[in-house]
Design a protein around this ligand. Structure first.
Ligand code: ADP
Ligand code: MG
Length: 699
């Protein structure tokens, strides 16, 4: 990087100390370089002019040409507003200012031809544009090519007239200075092989595109570079880790797995389960430490895979720990695994927050002398002083509830050789996100559900169908099924007008006086929750009223109906998780999404997606497109070690795959990045490392 570009932004012509403060505070633009890498969020075609008579209510940003007939001020003080009556040859409309009235009055003149730019709206049947951008038509625009770039700015900046246009101007001033001062950041061989646009050209085109094709190439070059470096970083860390850590070699398949296969397996494995177990076995036998993410939709049978993985560890004389995010789940795993391995003589214990001291002491002893083979539990597994004699495998269930740091603690339970790690998640992660967030893990996917399951039928009902819903509940309970009813909040929030779970419970008691109803929510003690859950599991209650605490993992095959109240309030992946609580038995299952009439477009899209598909991966893709990857559940905790300035994981999947392939090829050829021409990569990787999240702390 040239020193020139590291200069304080205040030295850029047109900026100065005050605006520099604003740029630093609001946009984190400290240097020339930061500005150069502050990319537009959109481009608008400024070759087209609309006529006032063509304007409708829902147009995007448009451009008009005409002049102001007269100004008019209404209101007093803070409520003052300025109206300009603006005319072209087709008609008249209003331009409106609520802020900066004084400035507009002093600077904008009636009778002069202006280019007006803004988003039209309709108010009281009249067309207007609020806070338009104005430019005298005779001014030759510095910035306008075919497309004009638009930059995000903050409200605070806008109040000081630091609009997108001002940024445009700064970019223009910068572009005049940096000729010959930008250096290539990728090796020449890669540039020529992939026919990438040279960096200086790309940086100019991205801010001042000359034509659509050049813009496209510029965007590609910059996105590629951004994703390529992330992939190079992840993959080289993975290489290094594999190079420096040996893993335990689980070479044997012995008594435990064999006996389980022939005598205990309650059903045929699905092909997907078989495939995944094979991948895991190969990995654990390779001499490398396994770091594997197991993705499988809800109900795909991950527990069984986890158990078989553990059996391989026992066969090789190692201990295993299985960590679940909640006590309910830890209990459930403990009970089902105990049942499935009955007679094999495996010593299994459960350790949670509510395990009694005396019991704990025994567990600790048995862990240290090696007689305890499998420890199942919650966070207590990490928080406690838990020491293993020979920990060979760590399984983490429903990973999205755990943070990276928590996982890291488990990684470190052994002094010399780290245990193999299997992370299981039921929140399908879009491929692109998995490649980045979990890019250093190998991924196995169970892409098939056990046979005989009927796809869950999902319906969206408005409030007015409530009576039919109650009838349906009656019908299902009469034939012996059980029902979940999920509410979004615990405490009533007047603002959102959500039904709280306790009201729901009281209401349902009145509607169904002869049914027994369980309730669980986040404010209950773990023991209370467990007791309620247990009643439902044993079929002693017909209806389970709950908040999203039942979202993960709970398995009650006889429950065949999931009713989600105020479903418009839930995120897509959450809805999908909740739906996954039913459809586990042989009966036809249903998911009813209740909502009010008034829902946003985005909510509608979520509910439509739920009705349309049961495929968790498809849902995850839609979710990412709707929300952007940064918001996705679990990704915050996963600690994505980068911020994307230009690429978008939702939209740029292909470029990402391309970048990953290129990074992988490059590391195959030059694993330690020792070639002269790759030194440029080493330099930039080092720079990334110094400025970002410490990836190596994960493993
Ligand atoms: P998840 O992947 O959501 O953790 P589970 O492991 O809880 O799924 O399995 C869901 C249900 O499917 C359980 O009741 C389990 O016993 C059952 N199951 C798992 N594998 C199979 C299989 N191969 N055939 C039939 N049922 C299976
Ligand atoms: Mg599970």
């Amino acid at each position: 990087m040239s020193e020139f570009l590291d200069q304080d932004i205040k030295f850029l012509p047109g900026v100065g100390p005050q605006r520099a403060e604003m740029l630093k505070k609001e946009l984190k633009i400290f240097t020339f370089n930061d500005l150069l890498y502050y990319f537009p969020y959109k481009y608008i075609d400024r070759t087209k002019f609309y006529r006032i008579s063509e304007i409708t209510g829902n147009m995007p940003y448009i451009q008009l040409k005409g002049s102001i007939v007269r100004f008019e001020t209404t209101g007093e003080g803070a409520r003052q507003r300025l109206i300009a009556h603006f005319r072209d040859e087709s008609g008249v409309m209003e331009l409106l200012w609520f802020q900066g009235v004084k400035w507009v009055k002093e600077n904008v003149k009636a009778g002069v031809e202006y280019i007006v730019f803004g988003k039209p709206s309709i108010f009281n049947g009249k067309v207007n544009i609020v806070h338009p951008e104005l430019e005298p038509a005779e001014n030759k625009q510095v910035s306008v090519g075919v497309f004009q770039a638009y930059y995000n700015t903050s409200e605070k900046m806008k109040q000081k007239f630091m609009t997108s246009k001002a940024l445009n101007k700064f970019q223009f001033n910068l572009s005049a200075l940096i000729e010959g001062k930008i250096f290539e950041t990728l090796p020449p061989s890669l540039i020529s092989k992939l026919k990438l646009m040279p960096l200086p050209v790309a940086l100019r085109q991205v801010h001042f595109p000359e034509n659509p094709n050049l813009l496209k190439n510029a965007l590609f070059r910059l996105k590629f570079e951004e994703l390529f470096y992330i992939q190079l970083r992840i993959l080289s860390l993975k290489h290094n880790r594999e190079g420096s850590f040996k893993g335990f070699v689980f070479s044997k398949v012995g008594y435990n797995l064999n006996t389980f296969f022939s005598n205990h397996l309650p059903f045929e494995l699905t092909n997907a389960q078989k495939k995944v177990v094979k991948e895991i076995r190969k990995d654990m036998g390779s001499g490398k430490q396994m770091n594997r993410l197991l993705q499988g939709d809800v109900g795909s049978g991950k527990t069984l895979v986890a158990l078989m993985t553990a059996l391989i560890a026992f066969d090789n004389g190692f201990q295993v720990s299985l960590m679940a995010p909640t006590e309910i789940l830890a209990n459930q795993h403990y009970n089902s695994i105990k049942k499935m391995t009955d007679g094999l003589g495996i010593n299994i214990a459960l350790l949670t927050g509510s395990t009694k001291k005396a019991k704990r002491t025994i567990i600790h002893e048995q862990l240290e002398d090696g007689s305890l083979q499998l420890l199942i539990g919650t966070h207590a597994l990490i928080e406690d002083k838990v020491n293993f004699q020979k920990l060979g495998l760590v399984i983490v269930d429903e990973q999205h509830r755990f943070g990276v740091a928590q996982r890291a603690k488990l990684w470190k339970k052994n002094e010399f050789t780290p245990p193999h790690v299997l992370v299981m998640t039921a929140t399908p992660i879009p491929r692109t996100l998995a490649m980045t967030v979990y890019g250093d893990l190998d991924v196995s996917v169970i892409d098939e559900l056990p046979p005989g399951r009927k796809p869950i039928q999902t319906l969206h009902y408005y409030e007015n169908r409530r009576k039919q819903v109650y009838d349906f509940i009656r019908e299902q309970v009469t034939v012996g099924r059980q029902i979940y009813i999920v509410y979004p909040l615990i405490k009533e929030s007047e603002k959102l007008d959500l039904k709280n779970v306790e009201n729901g419970y009281d209401l349902l008691k009145q509607v169904f006086p002869r049914y027994s109803i369980s309730m669980v929510h986040g404010k209950m003690k773990p023991a209370e929750k467990d007791a309620e859950m247990q009643l439902f599991k044993e079929g002693k209650t017909q209806i389970m009223v709950a908040t999203t605490v039942i979202e993960v993992g709970v398995d009650v095959p006889n429950a065949s109906v999931m009713i989600i109240e105020s479903s418009e309030r839930f995120g897509l992946s959450q809805l999908h998780q909740l739906r996954g609580r039913v459809g586990r038995g042989a009966e036809q299952s249903y998911c009813l999404l209740m909502s009010s009439y008034k829902i946003s477009n985005e909510s509608r899209k979520r509910l439509e997606t739920m009705v349309r598909t049961n495929d968790g991966f498809e849902i995850a893709e839609v979710d990412m497109q709707l929300r952007g990857p940064g918001d996705l559940e679990g990704t915050q905790q996963s600690g994505i070690g980068f911020t994307l300035k230009i690429a978008n994981l939702g939209r740029d999947g292909e470029i990402l795959q391309h970048a990953r392939n290129q990074a992988s090829d490059l590391l195959d050829e030059d694993p330690k990045l020792q070639k002269q021409e790759n030194q440029i990569l080493v330099y930039h990787l080092l720079k990334m490392k110094n400025t970002e999240f410490n990836w190596s702390s994960i493993s």
